[in-house]
Write a protein that binds this ligand. Structure first.
Ligand SMILES: [Zn+2]
Ligand SMILES: [Zn+2]
Length: 206
């Protein structure tokens, strides 16, 4: 990483707003190719491999599936691939298959699957892991997108942080203590700089 001056400055005012008001997209690891993919209200969209999720509001969504065997092993490395629901199911010749990228060796394959429970049971769909995340001081520092990154950098880089006009639990007010601690400021800012570099390399532009 190139050594850059950390963006430490004197004063910042809470811009207000909640997490979802910072940017419209969330960058995640594409469930198929693992590169940066955009997630919004309509699902995940990957410009690299073309993966698209169509989120369905129907109670049983057969795109969300789980491996038919909870002990399914990776066909490449033989390690267990896990049995969580994933949005990458397809029907082939009347049989349901699930595309799974092995967490151990990274190889992707199709496995026999059964419909998942995620959407039926909880009514929400856990997304793929965030693309812009890193470890700082033993904690996970993550941002959803560049607007979120800019806002955090400005706020956490300030020596004096002032409440803005918006009362209540804004995104800034809800940040965890470790992130706001002045002793962690340099580490956190370096973490954010790393995320910015990763975003640039991945072609993330919003
Ligand atoms: Zn992809
Ligand atoms: Zn494997």
């Amino acid at each position: 990483m190139t050594e850059r001056d950390l963006p430490i400055h004197h004063r910042a005012e809470d811009p207000g707003g909640r997490l979802w008001s910072f940017g419209k997209v969330i960058w995640v690891h594409c469930p198929e190719c693992d590169k940066a993919a955009k997630k919004d209200n309509h699902g995940v969209n990957c410009n690299h491999c073309g993966h698209t999720t169509i989120q369905s509001r129907k109670p049983s969504n057969n795109r969300w599936a789980t491996p038919a065997s909870s002990k399914q092993k990776c066909t490449h490395c033989g390690e267990a691939i896990g049995n969580e629901d994933r949005p990458t199911a397809r029907t082939k010749d009347g049989e349901l298959f699930l595309q799974v990228r092995c967490p151990h060796c990274g190889e992707t394959d199709d496995y026999p699957a059964r419909p998942g429970w995620t959407t039926q049971r909880f009514g929400y769909e856990p997304g793929p892991p965030l693309f812009l995340a890193t470890q700082v001081a033993g904690e996970t520092l993550w941002v959803q997108n560049l607007a979120h990154l800019d806002a955090l950098e400005d706020w956490l880089g300030a020596k004096v942080r002032e409440r803005g006009p918006q009362p209540g639990l804004t995104m800034m007010a809800k940040l965890p203590r470790w992130m706001k601690a002045s002793t962690n400021r340099a580490k956190v800012l370096r973490g954010l700089a790393q995320l910015r570099e990763r975003a640039e390399k991945a072609g993330i532009d919003e």
